[in-house]
Design a protein around this ligand. Structure first.
Ligand code: AMP
Ligand code: ZN
Length: 115
């Protein structure tokens, strides 16, 4: 995807503050952090959203999941963290390249959704 912003970050065409990188996964700090630690974890391969994932993506998705607690700990989330995957218009997804948000910091987060 030539003009996908997260593909461009993965290719090194747009700068990002990287938190982790391997052959198939990249993690970087969100440009507009909502919490003291706010990291995005993406597969380098372009997948628009969780809705487009297939069983072929299960491996990388699993490896992303396993990475989350390590990344959270390394970035000051000692007592826990929250992960969010916004999907599609109802999920208010803004960037259509699959990403997992890691949110946290020293203090408890607000409730997930207002009742
Ligand atoms: P979502 O609403 O789940 O699609 O979240 C997209 C996230 O990407 C938002 O939290 C943005 O702040 C973040 N974002 C957009 N552009 C960049 C960028 N160039 N570098 C880092 N984070 C970005
Ligand atoms: Zn992309």
């Amino acid at each position: 995807m030539d003009d996908c912003i997260f593909c461009r970050i993965a290719r090194g065409e747009i700068p990002a503050r990287k938190a982790y990188e391997d052959e198939e996964i990249l993690a970087f700090h969100d440009i507009r952090p909502l919490t003291p630690a706010h990291i995005l974890v993406i597969p380098k391969r372009h997948v628009p959203s969780l809705a487009e994932c297939t069983v072929e993506d299960a491996g990388v998705l699993g490896r992303m999941m396993v990475l989350l607690p390590k990344l959270a700990r390394e970035n000051g989330c000692d007592q826990g963290f929250r992960t969010i995957i916004n999907t599609g218009p109802v999920g208010l997804q803004e960037v259509y390249h699959l990403h997992i948000h890691i949110l946290g910091g020293p203090d408890p987060l607000p409730p997930m959704l207002k009742r």
